[in-house]
Design a protein. Structure first.
Length: 102
């Protein structure tokens, strides 16, 4: 379904829809020992896919998490369509050290 702002996507098979363009904080959990260039790689990949990223920023590790093993990054992004968002999630997920993309 389309509207004047762009395409839409039904979320979770319910009646909720994602209207594009959409913007939010994309979050990445990664292995610290493998993520020396992750912030730069994340921004590059998102830019190449047209996601309009802000500068990635480190997030504090949550209580109870494996301190010293995992890091967390957030990057505010804007996606203009579903295909671009899916491509970005796949590309970010394949970066070295990335364990999860939320």
């Amino acid at each position: 379904m389309d509207d004047e702002r762009g395409s839409t996507l039904r979320a979770g098979g319910g009646d909720k829809e994602i209207a594009y363009p959409v913007d939010f904080d994309l979050r990445v959990i990664y292995v610290l020992s493998e993520g020396a260039t992750l912030a730069a790689d994340l921004r590059r990949v998102l830019s190449e896919l047209g996601a309009s990223p802000d500068e990635p920023r480190n997030l504090p590790v949550k209580a109870g998490a494996s301190v010293g093993k995992y890091g967390r990054l957030a990057c505010h992004v804007t996606f203009s369509d579903k295909e671009g968002m899916y491509a970005a999630y796949a590309a970010v997920g394949s970066l070295p050290g990335v364990k999860a993309v939320l």
